[in-house]
Design a protein around this ligand. Structure first.
Ligand SMILES: [Cu+2]
Length: 407
Protein backbone atom coordinates (compact mmCIF):
# COMPACT_ATOMS: atom_id res chain seq x y z
CA UNK A 1 0.00 0.00 0.00
CA UNK A 2 1.31 3.46 -0.80
CA UNK A 3 0.79 6.68 1.09
CA UNK A 4 -2.58 6.22 2.79
CA UNK A 5 -2.93 8.91 5.40
CA UNK A 6 -2.28 7.90 9.03
CA UNK A 7 -5.49 7.18 10.86
CA UNK A 8 -6.52 9.67 13.54
CA UNK A 9 -6.11 8.19 16.96
CA UNK A 10 -8.49 10.18 19.21
CA UNK A 11 -11.05 7.38 19.07
CA UNK A 12 -8.51 4.68 19.91
CA UNK A 13 -7.21 6.82 22.70
CA UNK A 14 -10.67 7.21 24.24
CA UNK A 15 -11.30 3.48 23.86
CA UNK A 16 -8.21 2.52 25.79
CA UNK A 17 -8.93 5.15 28.42
CA UNK A 18 -12.25 3.58 29.26
CA UNK A 19 -10.39 0.53 30.46
CA UNK A 20 -8.42 2.47 33.06
CA UNK A 21 -9.33 1.45 36.56
CA UNK A 22 -9.27 4.88 38.12
CA UNK A 23 -11.51 7.50 36.51
CA UNK A 24 -9.16 10.06 38.06
CA UNK A 25 -6.44 8.87 35.70
CA UNK A 26 -8.86 9.14 32.82
CA UNK A 27 -9.57 12.75 33.68
CA UNK A 28 -5.87 13.57 33.65
CA UNK A 29 -5.33 11.70 30.37
CA UNK A 30 -8.32 13.47 28.87
CA UNK A 31 -6.82 16.85 29.65
CA UNK A 32 -3.84 15.65 27.60
CA UNK A 33 -6.19 14.91 24.70
CA UNK A 34 -7.05 18.57 24.21
CA UNK A 35 -5.02 18.54 21.00
CA UNK A 36 -5.86 19.10 17.35
CA UNK A 37 -6.85 15.53 16.55
CA UNK A 38 -9.00 15.76 13.40
CA UNK A 39 -11.77 13.57 14.83
CA UNK A 40 -11.91 14.97 18.34
CA UNK A 41 -15.36 14.48 19.92
CA UNK A 42 -14.36 17.00 22.61
CA UNK A 43 -13.76 19.77 20.08
CA UNK A 44 -17.17 20.58 18.55
CA UNK A 45 -17.24 22.79 15.44
CA UNK A 46 -20.99 23.34 15.10
CA UNK A 47 -24.20 23.53 17.14
CA UNK A 48 -25.15 19.82 16.92
CA UNK A 49 -21.79 18.59 18.13
CA UNK A 50 -21.90 21.38 20.73
CA UNK A 51 -25.16 19.99 22.16
CA UNK A 52 -23.52 16.58 22.56
CA UNK A 53 -20.45 18.14 24.13
CA UNK A 54 -22.56 20.16 26.57
CA UNK A 55 -24.09 16.87 27.71
CA UNK A 56 -21.00 14.67 27.78
CA UNK A 57 -18.84 17.02 29.85
CA UNK A 58 -21.06 17.13 32.98
CA UNK A 59 -21.88 13.42 32.61
CA UNK A 60 -18.19 12.60 32.41
CA UNK A 61 -17.51 14.77 35.47
CA UNK A 62 -20.30 13.11 37.50
CA UNK A 63 -19.04 9.66 36.48
CA UNK A 64 -15.54 10.74 37.47
CA UNK A 65 -16.61 11.94 40.90
CA UNK A 66 -18.66 8.79 41.56
CA UNK A 67 -15.69 6.73 40.41
CA UNK A 68 -13.36 8.59 42.79
CA UNK A 69 -15.71 8.09 45.73
CA UNK A 70 -16.06 4.36 45.01
CA UNK A 71 -12.31 3.93 44.55
CA UNK A 72 -11.62 5.80 47.79
CA UNK A 73 -14.19 3.71 49.69
CA UNK A 74 -12.72 0.47 48.36
CA UNK A 75 -9.21 1.64 49.22
CA UNK A 76 -10.28 2.61 52.72
CA UNK A 77 -12.03 -0.75 53.28
CA UNK A 78 -9.01 -2.69 52.05
CA UNK A 79 -6.70 -0.78 54.39
CA UNK A 80 -8.98 -0.51 57.42
CA UNK A 81 -10.01 -4.17 57.46
CA UNK A 82 -6.78 -5.76 56.34
CA UNK A 83 -5.81 -9.01 58.06
CA UNK A 84 -3.91 -8.31 61.27
CA UNK A 85 -4.61 -11.68 62.82
CA UNK A 86 -7.80 -10.37 64.48
CA UNK A 87 -10.79 -12.60 65.22
CA UNK A 88 -13.46 -13.01 62.51
CA UNK A 89 -16.01 -10.17 63.04
CA UNK A 90 -19.68 -10.80 63.81
CA UNK A 91 -21.41 -11.95 60.60
CA UNK A 92 -24.42 -9.87 59.46
CA UNK A 93 -26.86 -10.54 56.66
CA UNK A 94 -28.00 -7.39 54.89
CA UNK A 95 -28.28 -3.76 55.97
CA UNK A 96 -31.60 -2.57 54.54
CA UNK A 97 -31.08 1.16 55.15
CA UNK A 98 -27.65 1.17 53.50
CA UNK A 99 -28.80 -0.99 50.60
CA UNK A 100 -31.87 1.11 49.87
CA UNK A 101 -29.84 4.33 50.09
CA UNK A 102 -27.18 2.99 47.73
CA UNK A 103 -29.89 1.98 45.26
CA UNK A 104 -31.79 5.25 45.38
CA UNK A 105 -28.77 7.57 44.97
CA UNK A 106 -27.52 6.02 41.67
CA UNK A 107 -31.11 5.78 40.42
CA UNK A 108 -31.58 9.51 41.06
CA UNK A 109 -28.27 10.39 39.36
CA UNK A 110 -29.21 8.27 36.32
CA UNK A 111 -32.70 9.76 36.22
CA UNK A 112 -31.32 13.30 36.13
CA UNK A 113 -28.80 12.37 33.42
CA UNK A 114 -31.64 10.61 31.58
CA UNK A 115 -33.76 13.76 31.50
CA UNK A 116 -30.94 15.79 29.94
CA UNK A 117 -30.01 12.99 27.55
CA UNK A 118 -33.54 12.53 26.25
CA UNK A 119 -33.91 16.28 25.87
CA UNK A 120 -30.67 16.42 23.84
CA UNK A 121 -31.80 13.49 21.68
CA UNK A 122 -34.98 15.39 20.85
CA UNK A 123 -33.12 18.64 20.21
CA UNK A 124 -30.72 16.83 17.88
CA UNK A 125 -33.52 15.29 15.85
CA UNK A 126 -35.17 18.63 15.19
CA UNK A 127 -35.65 19.10 11.45
CA UNK A 128 -38.36 21.74 10.96
CA UNK A 129 -35.90 24.61 10.53
CA UNK A 130 -33.67 22.78 8.03
CA UNK A 131 -32.20 25.07 5.38
CA UNK A 132 -30.53 22.68 2.94
CA UNK A 133 -31.01 19.02 2.01
CA UNK A 134 -28.33 16.63 0.74
CA UNK A 135 -28.94 12.96 -0.01
CA UNK A 136 -26.15 10.78 1.31
CA UNK A 137 -25.79 7.19 0.10
CA UNK A 138 -23.30 4.72 1.49
CA UNK A 139 -21.94 1.77 -0.47
CA UNK A 140 -18.88 -0.44 -0.22
CA UNK A 141 -16.68 1.62 0.40
CA UNK A 142 -17.42 5.25 -0.32
CA UNK A 143 -20.15 7.85 0.14
CA UNK A 144 -22.12 9.52 -2.61
CA UNK A 145 -23.57 13.01 -2.12
CA UNK A 146 -26.49 14.09 -4.22
CA UNK A 147 -27.70 17.69 -3.97
CA UNK A 148 -31.31 17.99 -5.14
CA UNK A 149 -32.32 21.18 -6.97
CA UNK A 150 -32.42 24.07 -4.45
CA UNK A 151 -32.73 27.38 -6.28
CA UNK A 152 -32.02 29.49 -3.17
CA UNK A 153 -28.49 28.08 -3.19
CA UNK A 154 -28.07 28.35 -6.95
CA UNK A 155 -28.46 24.57 -7.34
CA UNK A 156 -30.52 24.60 -10.52
CA UNK A 157 -29.49 21.06 -11.56
CA UNK A 158 -28.81 18.12 -9.26
CA UNK A 159 -25.14 17.84 -8.27
CA UNK A 160 -23.66 14.39 -7.66
CA UNK A 161 -20.30 14.04 -6.02
CA UNK A 162 -18.41 11.75 -3.64
CA UNK A 163 -15.80 11.65 -0.88
CA UNK A 164 -16.07 15.24 0.27
CA UNK A 165 -19.37 16.67 1.45
CA UNK A 166 -19.32 20.39 0.65
CA UNK A 167 -21.61 22.59 2.75
CA UNK A 168 -22.04 26.32 3.42
CA UNK A 169 -21.12 27.50 6.95
CA UNK A 170 -23.84 28.58 9.36
CA UNK A 171 -26.45 26.57 7.47
CA UNK A 172 -28.62 23.82 8.94
CA UNK A 173 -27.96 20.97 6.52
CA UNK A 174 -30.09 17.85 6.61
CA UNK A 175 -28.44 14.69 5.41
CA UNK A 176 -30.98 12.14 4.16
CA UNK A 177 -28.99 8.95 4.57
CA UNK A 178 -29.44 5.54 3.05
CA UNK A 179 -27.31 2.68 1.71
CA UNK A 180 -27.14 0.66 -1.50
CA UNK A 181 -25.76 -2.52 0.05
CA UNK A 182 -25.00 -3.11 3.73
CA UNK A 183 -25.41 -0.93 6.83
CA UNK A 184 -22.90 1.90 7.04
CA UNK A 185 -22.77 4.72 9.58
CA UNK A 186 -22.05 8.38 8.99
CA UNK A 187 -19.92 10.14 11.56
CA UNK A 188 -18.13 13.45 11.46
CA UNK A 189 -17.29 13.81 15.16
CA UNK A 190 -16.75 17.57 15.17
CA UNK A 191 -20.15 18.20 13.52
CA UNK A 192 -22.54 15.63 15.05
CA UNK A 193 -22.88 12.13 16.48
CA UNK A 194 -23.23 8.93 14.47
CA UNK A 195 -26.22 7.98 12.34
CA UNK A 196 -26.56 4.65 10.55
CA UNK A 197 -27.22 4.45 6.80
CA UNK A 198 -29.50 1.45 6.30
CA UNK A 199 -30.62 -0.05 2.96
CA UNK A 200 -34.30 0.63 2.29
CA UNK A 201 -34.58 3.35 4.93
CA UNK A 202 -33.88 7.08 5.04
CA UNK A 203 -32.33 8.36 8.26
CA UNK A 204 -32.08 12.07 8.91
CA UNK A 205 -28.88 13.58 10.26
CA UNK A 206 -28.50 17.30 10.76
CA UNK A 207 -25.11 18.96 10.59
CA UNK A 208 -23.92 22.53 10.67
CA UNK A 209 -20.40 23.98 10.73
CA UNK A 210 -19.52 27.34 12.28
CA UNK A 211 -16.30 28.01 10.37
CA UNK A 212 -14.79 27.21 6.97
CA UNK A 213 -12.48 24.20 7.01
CA UNK A 214 -12.30 20.42 6.51
CA UNK A 215 -13.84 18.12 9.11
CA UNK A 216 -12.81 14.46 8.96
CA UNK A 217 -14.89 11.39 9.75
CA UNK A 218 -15.17 7.71 9.05
CA UNK A 219 -17.75 4.99 8.55
CA UNK A 220 -18.48 3.56 12.00
CA UNK A 221 -20.52 0.47 11.21
CA UNK A 222 -18.49 -2.54 10.12
CA UNK A 223 -19.35 -2.88 6.44
CA UNK A 224 -16.94 -5.42 4.98
CA UNK A 225 -13.40 -5.72 3.75
CA UNK A 226 -12.52 -2.04 3.35
CA UNK A 227 -14.62 -0.66 6.19
CA UNK A 228 -11.53 0.94 7.73
CA UNK A 229 -10.86 2.68 4.40
CA UNK A 230 -14.32 4.22 4.13
CA UNK A 231 -13.79 7.77 5.22
CA UNK A 232 -15.46 11.06 4.63
CA UNK A 233 -14.66 14.72 4.88
CA UNK A 234 -17.08 17.59 5.30
CA UNK A 235 -15.80 20.75 3.65
CA UNK A 236 -17.40 23.91 4.98
CA UNK A 237 -17.18 27.01 2.78
CA UNK A 238 -18.34 30.58 3.37
CA UNK A 239 -21.68 31.29 1.69
CA UNK A 240 -20.00 33.15 -1.20
CA UNK A 241 -17.45 30.37 -1.70
CA UNK A 242 -20.22 27.79 -1.59
CA UNK A 243 -22.03 29.65 -4.38
CA UNK A 244 -18.78 29.57 -6.37
CA UNK A 245 -18.47 25.83 -5.71
CA UNK A 246 -22.03 25.25 -6.98
CA UNK A 247 -21.29 27.25 -10.13
CA UNK A 248 -18.13 25.18 -10.63
CA UNK A 249 -20.07 21.91 -10.27
CA UNK A 250 -22.72 23.04 -12.75
CA UNK A 251 -20.27 24.37 -15.34
CA UNK A 252 -20.66 22.51 -18.65
CA UNK A 253 -18.25 19.77 -19.70
CA UNK A 254 -15.28 20.85 -21.76
CA UNK A 255 -13.91 18.16 -23.99
CA UNK A 256 -10.11 18.40 -24.35
CA UNK A 257 -9.22 19.89 -27.74
CA UNK A 258 -6.34 17.59 -28.62
CA UNK A 259 -3.15 15.97 -27.32
CA UNK A 260 -2.72 13.33 -24.64
CA UNK A 261 -5.88 14.42 -22.80
CA UNK A 262 -7.97 13.87 -25.93
CA UNK A 263 -6.52 10.38 -26.31
CA UNK A 264 -7.27 9.85 -22.62
CA UNK A 265 -10.91 10.75 -23.23
CA UNK A 266 -11.07 7.98 -25.84
CA UNK A 267 -9.57 5.46 -23.41
CA UNK A 268 -12.05 6.63 -20.78
CA UNK A 269 -14.97 6.06 -23.19
CA UNK A 270 -13.63 2.56 -23.82
CA UNK A 271 -12.74 1.44 -20.33
CA UNK A 272 -14.39 3.55 -17.70
CA UNK A 273 -17.73 4.87 -18.88
CA UNK A 274 -19.49 1.59 -18.26
CA UNK A 275 -19.19 2.45 -14.55
CA UNK A 276 -18.31 6.15 -14.22
CA UNK A 277 -20.51 9.03 -15.36
CA UNK A 278 -18.92 12.22 -16.66
CA UNK A 279 -21.76 14.65 -17.30
CA UNK A 280 -21.69 16.05 -20.82
CA UNK A 281 -19.21 13.50 -22.17
CA UNK A 282 -20.13 12.32 -25.66
CA UNK A 283 -19.11 9.32 -27.72
CA UNK A 284 -17.35 9.78 -31.06
CA UNK A 285 -20.73 9.69 -32.85
CA UNK A 286 -22.02 12.58 -30.73
CA UNK A 287 -24.36 10.50 -28.55
CA UNK A 288 -24.20 11.08 -24.78
CA UNK A 289 -22.07 8.57 -22.86
CA UNK A 290 -24.30 7.22 -20.10
CA UNK A 291 -22.70 5.05 -17.41
CA UNK A 292 -24.34 1.76 -16.41
CA UNK A 293 -22.84 1.00 -12.99
CA UNK A 294 -25.97 -1.00 -12.10
CA UNK A 295 -24.87 -3.60 -14.65
CA UNK A 296 -21.26 -3.72 -13.49
CA UNK A 297 -21.01 -3.07 -9.76
CA UNK A 298 -22.70 -4.94 -6.90
CA UNK A 299 -23.87 -1.73 -5.20
CA UNK A 300 -25.10 -0.40 -8.55
CA UNK A 301 -23.06 2.79 -8.32
CA UNK A 302 -19.61 4.24 -9.00
CA UNK A 303 -18.40 7.78 -8.25
CA UNK A 304 -19.45 10.51 -10.68
CA UNK A 305 -16.17 11.86 -12.03
CA UNK A 306 -17.50 15.02 -13.76
CA UNK A 307 -15.60 17.38 -11.45
CA UNK A 308 -13.10 14.93 -9.97
CA UNK A 309 -10.36 17.56 -9.61
CA UNK A 310 -12.60 19.87 -7.59
CA UNK A 311 -12.31 17.47 -4.65
CA UNK A 312 -8.96 16.72 -3.13
CA UNK A 313 -9.34 13.12 -2.04
CA UNK A 314 -10.49 9.96 -3.79
CA UNK A 315 -11.58 6.36 -3.16
CA UNK A 316 -13.68 7.06 -0.10
CA UNK A 317 -11.30 9.85 0.99
CA UNK A 318 -8.66 7.16 1.50
CA UNK A 319 -6.10 8.79 -0.82
CA UNK A 320 -5.21 12.38 -1.53
CA UNK A 321 -5.51 13.83 -4.99
CA UNK A 322 -3.10 16.52 -3.76
CA UNK A 323 0.60 16.07 -3.07
CA UNK A 324 1.43 16.26 0.67
CA UNK A 325 2.74 19.86 0.41
CA UNK A 326 -0.31 21.10 -1.49
CA UNK A 327 -2.62 19.23 0.85
CA UNK A 328 -1.02 20.86 3.89
CA UNK A 329 -1.48 24.24 2.23
CA UNK A 330 -5.26 23.68 2.01
CA UNK A 331 -5.82 21.89 5.32
CA UNK A 332 -3.82 24.31 7.38
CA UNK A 333 -5.17 27.47 5.73
CA UNK A 334 -6.82 30.00 8.04
CA UNK A 335 -10.64 30.05 7.85
CA UNK A 336 -10.37 33.27 5.80
CA UNK A 337 -8.03 31.78 3.16
CA UNK A 338 -9.42 28.27 3.15
CA UNK A 339 -12.23 28.80 0.61
CA UNK A 340 -10.11 30.16 -2.22
CA UNK A 341 -7.50 27.44 -1.68
CA UNK A 342 -10.09 24.67 -1.73
CA UNK A 343 -11.87 26.10 -4.78
CA UNK A 344 -8.61 26.15 -6.71
CA UNK A 345 -8.99 22.35 -6.95
CA UNK A 346 -6.15 20.10 -8.05
CA UNK A 347 -3.70 21.68 -10.48
CA UNK A 348 -1.33 19.61 -12.60
CA UNK A 349 1.56 20.60 -10.30
CA UNK A 350 -0.31 19.59 -7.18
CA UNK A 351 -1.66 16.28 -8.48
CA UNK A 352 -0.67 13.24 -6.44
CA UNK A 353 0.42 11.26 -9.51
CA UNK A 354 1.72 8.32 -7.49
CA UNK A 355 -1.56 7.32 -5.90
CA UNK A 356 -3.76 8.16 -8.90
CA UNK A 357 -1.57 6.09 -11.24
CA UNK A 358 -1.41 3.31 -8.66
CA UNK A 359 -5.20 3.35 -8.52
CA UNK A 360 -5.57 3.03 -12.29
CA UNK A 361 -2.85 0.39 -12.43
CA UNK A 362 -4.45 -1.86 -9.81
CA UNK A 363 -7.15 -0.41 -7.58
CA UNK A 364 -7.87 -3.59 -5.57
CA UNK A 365 -4.20 -3.69 -4.58
CA UNK A 366 -4.50 -0.22 -3.07
CA UNK A 367 -7.86 -0.80 -1.40
CA UNK A 368 -9.00 -4.35 -0.63
CA UNK A 369 -12.23 -4.86 -2.62
CA UNK A 370 -12.62 -8.49 -3.72
CA UNK A 371 -12.57 -7.18 -7.24
CA UNK A 372 -10.48 -10.13 -8.40
CA UNK A 373 -12.56 -11.62 -11.23
CA UNK A 374 -11.75 -15.09 -9.87
CA UNK A 375 -13.77 -14.20 -6.80
CA UNK A 376 -16.85 -12.92 -8.61
CA UNK A 377 -18.89 -16.07 -8.05
CA UNK A 378 -22.31 -15.24 -6.67
CA UNK A 379 -22.34 -11.60 -7.73
CA UNK A 380 -23.63 -12.20 -11.27
CA UNK A 381 -20.31 -11.05 -12.74
CA UNK A 382 -20.54 -7.68 -10.99
CA UNK A 383 -17.58 -6.13 -9.24
CA UNK A 384 -17.34 -5.02 -5.69
CA UNK A 385 -15.50 -1.73 -5.95
CA UNK A 386 -13.20 -0.72 -8.77
CA UNK A 387 -11.68 -3.69 -10.63
CA UNK A 388 -8.18 -4.39 -11.91
CA UNK A 389 -8.39 -3.38 -15.56
CA UNK A 390 -4.97 -4.47 -16.88
CA UNK A 391 -4.38 -1.04 -18.44
CA UNK A 392 -1.12 -0.38 -20.28
CA UNK A 393 1.25 2.29 -18.91
CA UNK A 394 0.58 4.36 -22.02
CA UNK A 395 -3.18 4.24 -21.38
CA UNK A 396 -2.60 5.24 -17.77
CA UNK A 397 -0.52 8.20 -18.97
CA UNK A 398 -3.36 9.30 -21.25
CA UNK A 399 -6.03 8.76 -18.60
CA UNK A 400 -4.18 10.88 -16.03
CA UNK A 401 -3.80 13.67 -18.60
CA UNK A 402 -7.55 13.44 -19.17
CA UNK A 403 -8.63 13.17 -15.53
CA UNK A 404 -6.70 16.36 -14.68
CA UNK A 405 -9.03 18.25 -17.03
CA UNK A 406 -12.15 17.19 -15.06
CA UNK A 407 -12.70 20.28 -12.93
CU1 LIG B 1 -19.19 1.62 5.61
Amino acid sequence: MTSARPRPTAVNRLGSMRRRVLPALALVALAGCASNAPQDTWDPAGPNAQMIDDLQRPVFAVAGIVGLIVAAAVGWAIFRFRDRGQAIPKQTHGKPVLEITLTIIPALILAVIGVFTVRTVFDLSKTDDTEMVINVTGQQWWWEYDYPVQEEFGITQPIITSGQLVIPVGTKVMLRQTSRDVIHSYWIPRLNGKRDAVPGRVHLNRIEADEPGIYAGQCTEFCGLSHANMRMEAVALSKEDFAAWVAQQLAPYESPADGLAKEGEAVFLNQCVRCHQVNGLERADGSPAIAAPDENVVSGAAPNLSKLMSRNTFAGAMFDLLTPACRRDVWEASPADFGSKYLAGVSEDCLNQTDLRGWLRNAPEMKPMYANPALLAGTGGKYRGMPYLALTESDIEKLVAYLVTLK
